[in-house]
Design a protein around this ligand. Structure first.
Ligand code: GLN
Length: 520
């Protein structure tokens, strides 16, 4: 069924250029170039099997034919992409190729991109076009990458299904077997996940405040990592909850994720929470194996009502790691049950402060009122969507005098307890294994009417944000409906290496090469 397409092509291309006979043995159509992994595409560029212009044109064409249905991109920049591709080809011709030279990427719409509209998919940012570039995207362009456009997301990254976007949701390229109902690609980075899964970019940037990289990755059979808080600069990323927000990539493989994360992360004086640390060569960790590693299984992640298939997948992951020589240890993280409530106090509180800047005076849209207050009120009432307004009201409430101690302060204390739980177990284990999400991708509208049901989606992912730890989701199985499921690996602070090592081993054991059947 869906399996194999991606991998077969990968091998064809590899075999073709390794045998140095790419052009005559291959009847590789240009559209097939889009199916390559980032790593394979860079190898193809390096061996001159194809140029960045050819590769970029293939993506531009795919986006043109598919985006009307998938709605993954909210801005496309084909001219810019082709100009960047030509510049890359020129560098390669001069022997000056950079780490990502000529690789076409998609950028989540919360990264400020100079001269390209950036709205975090909110009406309130109107046609806002930044005059500066975020550090993360600048790092990617400095490594030679090519920008295809801006990717759909939940408004201000608030959501788990991408349904709160001003541009409407993207479609998950995956559908249940025998059904043509459109499913969510997850959120908030739904556009990034849909674009990677549907081969509309080689890899994408995303961001994760409570799970927004890992959950969409799990829903689309892709890989997503949230690095340690402070690894990547937040400069030029539209802020949601500043103590939780972290940049990271969504990619087709663990090796691609390692490469992208290496290039996105850097110490940056423009972000006061950026860590003054070196970025390791994580690519080297992916195939190290897990022999001798100690992997913790937190019992609190076995929640009521979790589908049997998720439980089975988790067990399968445990078996794989054991078979590959890891030691499995049962651990306890007793404050896990408070994580979701604490997150839904801390995140809205920070959002209510961060989003105070959108008042119709400085950015984007303005609704003129009778006086200054009227302008503020009109702008914010019409510019923010329902979910964002809900969060701003919760946030303002929990920070208000009289309630601050009962809610916000208490949530901060819970956050410390959660961090301490992790610190205790990480004295004994190298990494933790959990499911990424309590379910596979759901349909639009299925959870939209019930915010609490929607928030429950984040139950396994928010803990890593509250504690600032790295977490990666790797596709590990297809459920009985034909949908992908992900496993999550959580590491110690600054130990992304362990995440890549365990995720690489899981990827190998799972042999997950499934692709959605093309219907778009
Ligand atoms: N789904 C979570 C929320 O709605 C997480 C979002 C995110 O990580 N940006 O807040």
């Amino acid at each position: 069924m869906h399996r194999e397409r991606g991998l077969i092509l990968h091998f064809e291309v590899k075999a073709a250029y390794e045998g140095d006979c790419f052009s005559d043995s291959m009847d590789l159509r240009m559209s097939d170039l889009t199916k390559l992994t980032l790593t394979a595409a860079l190898e193809g560029l390096e061996s001159k099997a194809f140029s960045s212009r050819e590769l970029t044109q293939a993506f531009v064409d795919q986006i043109e034919t598919s985006n009307g249905v998938l709605n993954a991109y909210v801005v496309t920049t084909p001219d810019k992409a082709l100009a960047m591709a030509d510049a890359s080809d020129a560098r390669r011709a001069n022997g000056e190729a950079l780490a990502l030279d000529g690789a076409p990427l998609g950028i989540k719409d919360l990264y400020c991109t100079k001269g390209v509209r950036t709205t975090a998919c909110s009406e309130i940012l109107g046609e806002f076009t930044p005059t500066y570039e975020s550090t993360v995207t600048q790092n990617l362009w400095d490594a030679g990458a090519v920008m295809l456009g801006k990717l759909n997301m939940d408004e201000f990254a608030m959501g788990s299904s991408n349904e709160t976007s001003r541009f409407g949701p993207p479609a998950n390229p995956w559908r249940r077997d025998g059904s043509n109902q459109k499913l969510t690609a997850g959120g908030s980075s739904g556009g990034s996940a849909a674009a990677v899964a549907a081969d509309l970019c080689l890899a994408a940037t995303a961001s994760d405040t409570g799970g927004s990289i890992r959950q969409p990755a799990a829903f689309t059979g892709t890989v997503g990592i949230k690095p340690t808080y402070g690894r990547a600069s937040r400069y030029g990323m539209v802020a949601f909850a500043s103590s939780l927000d972290q940049a990271g990539p969504i990619t087709k493989t663990v090796a691609d994720a390692a490469l992208m994360t290496e290039l996105m992360c850097s110490h940056d004086e423009k972000d006061s929470t950026s860590l003054p640390v070196e970025t390791p060569r994580w690519r080297d960790d992916v195939h190290k194996g897990v022999k001798g590693m100690k992997i913790g299984i937190p019992k609190e992640y076995r929640v009521d009502g979790m589908p049997q298939e998720i439980e089975d997948l988790w067990q399968q992951g445990i078996t794989w790691l054991k078979e590959m020589g890891a030691e499995i240890v049962d651990v306890t993280l007793p404050h896990t049950k408070y994580a979701l409530p604490a997150y839904y106090i801390v995140a809205p509180a920070e959002a209510s402060s961060n989003l105070a800047r959108y008042d119709g005076m400085r950015y984007g849209a303005r609704v003129q009122g009778g006086d200054l207050t009227g302008t503020y009120e009109g702008t914010r009432a019409s510019g923010f969507g329902e979910e964002v307004q809900r969060r701003l009201m919760i946030g303002t409430y929990v920070l208000s005098s009289g309630y601050y101690d009962a809610y916000y302060l208490r949530a901060q204390k819970v956050r410390t307890k959660i961090l301490q739980d992790f610190q205790t177990v990480f004295q004994d284990v190298d990494a933790l294994l959990t499911p990424t999400c309590p379910s596979a991708a759901f349909a639009y509208g299925e959870n939209a009417g019930d915010p609490v049901q929607m928030y429950l989606n984040d139950i396994f992912t928010v803990t890593a944000n509250l504690a600032g730890l790295p977490g990666i989701s790797v596709p590990a199985a297809i459920d009985s409906n034909g949908l992908p499921l992900g496993l999550q690996v959580i590491g110690k602070a600054l130990d992304e290496s362990a995440c890549f090592q365990v995720a690489g081993a899981l990827e190998e054991a799972a042999g997950f090469v499934a692709k959605p059947e093309k219907w778009w």
